[in-house]
Design a protein around this ligand. Structure first.
Ligand code: MF3
Ligand code: CO
Length: 303
């Protein structure tokens, strides 16, 4: 017996659950009426050498509904920010709005105390790539571009999305960066379908950014999400078609490319340990959406 093949096969429960036993997904349905065909298909791809997702990141209908409830708060938070953000507001005020809207709707801001993060939201301005910490000392200025990245926990279920905002009179160069980065999500989404690969989406986004004269951050990416803030898979936007994890129904992950006007290199603030800057000091933009892979495509969960 080839021990490698044996161990791969052993990773799957296809041959361990009886057809009439309850499915592993927790739906309560019999295996034969639930994920049996799914597992056969997954196993086929596994033997072809594909990186297929573990069962632990496949969501059932009930979990999907709960994650969508969480996402409603996340969307409401960003809608609120979009209606109130303007020059003269501090990023600390934005943090307060996020905290207030989230908690009034029964949620908890996921960033707050996450691995020591001190605030409820990330606010990343101009050359800040991501993980900017809100501060009473940072007043939004005419011409700034800012990413507001909100994440919510509701009843233990997670959602995560971010948007860019142009403050007042923004230069055409920065406006274009914001716009192309937004469009890159659509370009990526065209590759998002069950039984395709995350790399199909990653390469599409990378190619699109490069065609437009920009670079894509390599070190920081997206992630699975739902039962945890950050689950497998890690999602790259500089990956190659036909590589990385296979996308299958029930997977939920974020698409959140960070696109730089200059070089792709980034540096982390040594003092706060969080703020990520472009190494060359040029502007960076990011939009983030959360998607569910369905039987025939995808569903946008939060934006
Ligand atoms: N919202 C970020 C993401 O998209 C994570 C931020 S972690 C924090 O994955 F601690 F900085 F909030
Ligand atoms: Co995210």
């Amino acid at each position: 017996m080839n021990p490698f093949l044996y161990s791969r096969k052993d990773a799957y429960v296809l041959h361990k659950i009886g057809r009439n036993e309850p499915c592993w997904c927790g739906s309560g349905k019999k295996y034969k009426n639930c994920h049996l065909n799914f597992d056969s298909r997954l196993e086929g791809y596994l033997y072809q050498g594909a990186l297929v997702p573990p069962h632990s990141i496949i969501k059932n209908q009930e979990q999907i509904e709960k994650i969508k409830e969480s996402a409603k708060i996340n969307i409401a938070v960003l809608d609120y920010v979009s209606e109130h953000i303007h020059a003269g507001v501090t990023t600390e005020e934005i943090d307060q709005w996020v905290y207030d809207v989230t908690t009034k709707m029964g949620g908890i801001p996921a960033p707050l105390n996450y691995e020591g993060f001190p605030k409820s939201v990330c606010t990343s301005i101009n050359e800040v790539v991501c993980h900017g910490i809100p501060s009473k000392d940072r007043v939004l200025q005419d011409g700034d571009i800012i990413n507001v990245d909100a994440s919510t926990i509701l009843n233990g279920y997670f959602s995560d999305s971010s948007r860019m905002f142009c403050i007042g009179d923004v230069s055409p160069e920065k406006k274009r960066l914001v716009e192309i980065t937004k469009q890159s999500l659509q370009v990526g989404l065209e590759q998002v379908k069950p039984w395709g690969f995350l790399g199909d989406m990653g390469q599409a986004i990378h190619d699109f950014a490069k065609e437009n004269g920009y670079s894509v951050v390599r070190e920081i990416g997206g992630h699975g999400i739902g039962l945890e803030f950050h689950e497998d898979p890690w999602v790259s936007y500089v990956s190659k078609k036909g590589t990385e994890m296979m996308m299958v129904p029930g997977m939920i992950f974020t698409i959140e490319p960070m696109i730089n006007m200059g070089k792709a290199n980034v540096v982390v603030d040594e003092e706060d340990g969080w703020t990520v800057y472009t190494a060359d000091g040029m502007p960076s933009a990011q939009w983030e959406i959360q998607v569910l892979i369905t039987e025939d495509g995808y569903e946008l969960i939060s934006y």
